[in-house]
Design a protein. Structure first.
Length: 428
């Protein structure tokens, strides 16, 4: 075999169950319940099981839990309650977790506010680069950062690019799908399957499978509109038990569960031919979905345990949040960073101090093992103690405490906390 070389490549392909579980992680409890109700309506092998607790009682329980002050300091203040977030606020939160250089972050944040109501970026990169006085490469890098956000398809410049981004997120997508999106979208809309088969030379079954995949994609990744009210159901609660240990309680009992229908399984064993094939497929799909729900729950529990472990001081009534990175959590539980992000996206916890987005507990390290949140608290404490003190002096005091940040960073954090400059602050 002179001149020839046998090369072996090793790849990793996620199982269908894991892919479904990762998809389910993006849903909050309400959305997950909607998906499962839809699944039980479409799959006769699934059986509906009513919730253990009445969902209408949940709001009263939360109010009682907050008033009790359990899990916080003895002098618990008025609970801090997370406000409903808009889609734009969620996109900005996602961008904050991306590890970007300062220029790319600023450009990407600006691009978010230029998205049209359907989530598309309607400006050409050349025109945008000219307007912002940056290179086209810098603009492209920022747009690529925006296009990593969820829902997949955000920041696309065309329907074709939106669908391509969604295909990129599917590890099992047939390469033929890309060709159909690029050349045959109009034919797909008209149902000209024969013409597509003739021009691509692909088998009818393969073309039809690709068309089904493309039709399952969403050409409108999101709706950016103001004034929408979103109701929050915390994924879990955190409180101190009688022994002083922090306990995590998930709220799954307020939602129905689903299981395999035993009657349908028995019936499937007596069927034959195509009916038995159909019944077995329904049972297989139901098994996969139920397993995926279990995997989602296990992932949420692991993430919750790490949050409570690393931020235990916060839940015990102290005001410090320690640095915690998504990458570190992903490494510990053995998943990709995007999986952890899906696990915290649009999800909340409730404790004695209020209701908080899970993303609130992921803090960047500013300096010396101190988080962004704690740095802001220190600045606020210094302003209260020292009164009329300049930003440079605040930076000097922080440096003496092991937190080294610039005067401009002090100014930025102070502005975010709505603390006036030294010129307007009164001497305490």
């Amino acid at each position: 075999m002179d001149g020839q070389r046998l090369q072996m490549e090793q790849g990793q392909k996620l199982s269908q169950t894991i892919q479904i579980a990762i998809h389910l992680l993006s849903y909050d409890l309400f959305e997950l319940n909607e998906q499962l109700v839809k699944a039980v309506q479409e799959n006769p092998a699934l059986e509906y099981v009513p919730p253990v607790r009445n969902p209408q009682d949940y709001a009263a329980q939360i109010r009682t839990h907050l008033r009790s002050g359990r899990g916080g300091s003895r002098e618990t203040a008025v609970p801090e309650v997370a406000q409903p977030v808009t889609m734009m606020e969620d996109l900005e939160e996602q961008l904050r977790f991306c590890e970007l250089d300062q220029e790319t972050y600023k450009l990407a944040a600006d691009m978010l506010w230029r998205l049209n109501p359907r989530g598309y970026f309607p400006v050409s990169l050349d025109a945008y680069a000219d307007e912002m006085n940056v290179t086209v490469q810098a603009a492209r890098k920022a747009l690529e950062a925006v296009q990593t956000l969820e829902p997949v398809g955000i920041g696309a410049r065309s329907v074709e690019e939106c669908l391509r981004l969604q295909l990129d997120a599917r590890p099992d997508a047939d390469p033929l799908c890309y060709d159909l999106v690029r050349v045959h979208l109009l034919d797909i809309g008209k149902g000209n399957i024969r013409q597509i088969v003739r021009e691509t030379g692909a088998a009818v079954g393969r073309v039809q499978a690709c068309i089904d995949t493309i039709r399952a994609l969403n050409p409108i990744p999101c709706v950016l509109s103001e004034g929408e009210t979103e109701f929050i159901m915390p994924e879990f609660s955190v409180e101190l038990d009688e022994t002083g240990e922090l306990q995590i309680q998930f709220n799954n009992d307020y939602f129905p569960t689903f299981r395999l229908d035993g009657t349908f399984r028995q019936l499937s064993e007596r069927l034959g031919g195509d009916e038995q094939v159909y019944a077995r497929k329904m049972i297989h799909d139901a098994d996969q979905l139920l397993h995926a729900v279990d995997v989602r729950q296990q992932t949420m529990e692991k993430v919750a345990q790490i949050i409570v472990r690393e931020q235990h001081a916060f839940f015990r009534g102290q005001y410090s949040l320690l640095p915690l990175r998504i990458a570190a959590v992903a490494d510990e539980i053995g998943v990709h960073e995007t999986t952890v992000y899906r696990a915290i996206q649009n999800k909340y916890l409730v404790c004695a101090r209020g209701t908080f987005a899970l993303g609130h507990f992921f803090q960047r390290e500013v300096s010396g093992g101190v988080s962004t949140e704690r740095t802001k608290e220190m600045i606020q404490e210094i302003c209260q103690e020292k009164g009329r003190i300049s930003d440079q002096k605040i930076a000097d005091i922080l440096a003496g405490r092991g937190v080294k940040i610039s005067r401009r960073t002090v100014q930025k954090y102070r502005s975010q906390m709505a603390i006036d400059s030294s010129f307007y602050r009164n001497q305490s």
